[in-house]
Design a protein around this ligand. Structure first.
Ligand code: NAD
Length: 499
């Protein structure tokens, strides 16, 4: 059976790349090669950007209502096809089918918001700022914008980007993760079916060279990046130097604090779900848990929950923890677990080498893994493991636990588990992290708000969806206007003041 090639999308056509460089898309549960993805050439990137630049000439003047209706249609098409997109996603990425549906659904929510953002793109108006003079602002689209996305949410994160950019009047070039580009391409097919005109949305595949080409391209005005801290920092620096507006959402090391007065049953369940779900490959996962006071005795009960989770192919009903995305990721996580043991942490539950049968025997599986007695100098604490590994630490007080989190360089997400309003208030005020959960383990904001990671987890001021992204994808123009009539005709004024 021949292996399909993932197409590029240029000027409204899905086309095959002419590159000589290809990479396999592999089912991480079985190692089956399911497609080949091209590393697009510079000419193909140029063609995508040129199509977007040309389309911008008319798209920027398309009425707000016309743009909105396309996204109303797109949300309907995604809803109708959600199971199909989720099945593609599980096959290429590994997460369980219900979690893959969640991935699509969280993106769908942004599409719904994109259909409604008209009021957010309205300017301001001040009447009579001087005699007969009014001042107002208009929020105009920038032009060609680009998005670079990671492997772990191949539906949600592309949908954080292109709907908002396009709904505000920009045109777009998307560079999905080369590890799992097929669900993203299926969503782009639906976007064209919904009525996005030729050239308004384009897709190029690739790795380092294509990303650098996007950073350097003279006709791209803004870049939205989501991925690791190292790559995001490179993209931010390189593209900023090339004069672009850039936002980068990057790596994380999220901590939960557990106070002994919390609802214990619900808290322990939430911790297990947030640490081991999606095999720990979420930027908002909870890989570090700080148990405070008497809660330090709860490690065995966390281990019981971890042991109860089923590891396997995400396409199999009843599986809780799918594979890691590729062989290198598995080897890296296995090595980090070994380093934790060497550096003195206590391995309560070892998920290395889970025994699976049949096609899954070769999958990239690591089962839930639990460490206690973790300290801040260990590699398992310092590095983003991005695997199903929970590191448990202890603290005497809430203050001490808050200090540990504030001393960590990352600021993506955090959660506190307590029934005390006073403790929750203190946490909300003193914690130096962008997204805060109170009894909510993975507090990813809905699209009425914006994604607000901070410190080392983010570069750039504005988040990738919600209200903030309207500012990111538009240029504010301030117009000060007067109409002359006989009454205000005067002589020559050489001062700056408006009269
Ligand atoms: P990654 O940084 O390896 O890849 C992201 C994108 O950059 C991909 O499109 C990839 O093709 C490209 N890329 C990879 N290496 C590159 C290089 N050397 N030069 C230029 N481009 C390169 O990230 P990933 O492994 O796909 O995703 C996991 C990471 O993303 C984790 O660190 C996770 O925390 C982070 N993430 C962050 C958020 C957030 O909102 N903060 C959300 C999801 C994922």
């Amino acid at each position: 059976m021949s292996i399909p090639s993932v197409p590029l999308l240029i000027n409204g056509e899905f086309v095959q790349s002419k590159t000589t460089e290809w990479r396999d898309v592999v089912n991480p549960a079985t190692q089956e090669v399911i497609a080949r993805v091209p590393m697009a050439t510079q000419e193909e990137l140029d063609a995508a950007v040129a199509a977007a630049k040309e389309a911008f000439k008319t798209w920027r003047y398309t009425p707000i209502g016309t743009r909105a209706r396309i996204f109303l249609k797109l949300q309907q098409l995604i809803r109708e096809n959600i199971k199909e997109v989720a099945a593609i996603l599980t096959r290429e990425q590994g997460k369980t089918l219900p979690d893959a549906e969640g991935d699509v659904f969280r993106g769908l929510e942004v599409v719904e918001h994109a259909a409604n953002i008209g009021t957010l793109q309205m300017g301001e108006f001040a009447n009579n700022v001087a005699g007969g003079v009014d001042t107002y602002t208009i929020l105009q689209p920038l032009g060609v914008c680009a998005g670079i996305t990671p492997f772990n949410f191949p539906a949600m994160i592309p949908l954080w980007m292109f709907p908002m950019a396009i709904a505000t009047g920009n045109t777009f070039v998307l560079k999905p993760s080369e590890q799992d580009p097929m669900s993203t391409i299926r969503l782009c097919e639906l976007a064209l079916e919904a009525g996005i005109p030729a050239g308004v949305l384009n897709v190029v595949h690739g790795g380092v060279d294509v990303v650098n080409g996007i950073c350097d391209h003279k006709d791209i005005k803004a870049i939205s990046f989501v991925g690791s801290t190292g790559v995001g920092t490179h993209v931010y620096n390189r593209a900023s130097l090339a004069g672009k507006r850039v936002q980068c959402m990057m790596g994380a090391k999220n901590h939960a604090i557990v106070l002994p007065d919390c609802n214990k049953e619900q808290t322990l369940n939430a911790l297990a779900g947030a640490s081991f779900g999606a095999a720990g490959q979420r930027c908002m996962a909870l890989p570090v848990v700080i148990l405070v006071g008497e809660a330090r005795n709860w490690v065995d009960e966390i281990a019981e929950r971890a042991k109860g989770l089923k590891v396997g192919n995400g396409a199999t009903p009843g599986v809780d923890v799918g594979p890691l995305v590729n062989k290198n990721a598995r080897a890296r996580v296995d090595n980090l677990i070994a380093s934790g043991v060497e550096q003195g942490a206590t391995l309560v539950l070892d998920g290395r080498n889970p025994q699976l049968e049949g096609a899954e025997a070769n999958g990239n599986f690591v089962g839930p893994t639990l460490f206690k007695d973790v300290t801040v100098d260990m590699d398992i604490y310092k590095q983003e493991i991005f695997g199903p590994v929970m590191c448990v630490m202890g603290a005497e007080t809430l203050e001490e636990a808050i200090q540990i989190i504030n001393d960590n360089p990352n600021g993506n997400g955090t959660a506190l588990f307590t029934q005390s309003g006073a403790a929750a208030h203190k946490f909300q005020e003193e914690i130096d992290v962008g997204q805060v959960g109170i009894n909510v383990p993975i507090p990813v904001p809905v699209p009425l708000f914006s994604f607000t990671g901070s410190r080392a987890s983010k570069l750039g001021d504005l988040g990738p969806y919600g209200k903030q992204v309207i500012t990111f994808y538009t240029q504010t123009k301030t117009i000060t206007k007067r109409w002359f009539d006989e009454a205000n005709a005067g002589g020559v004024h050489t001062t700056i003041s408006l009269k």
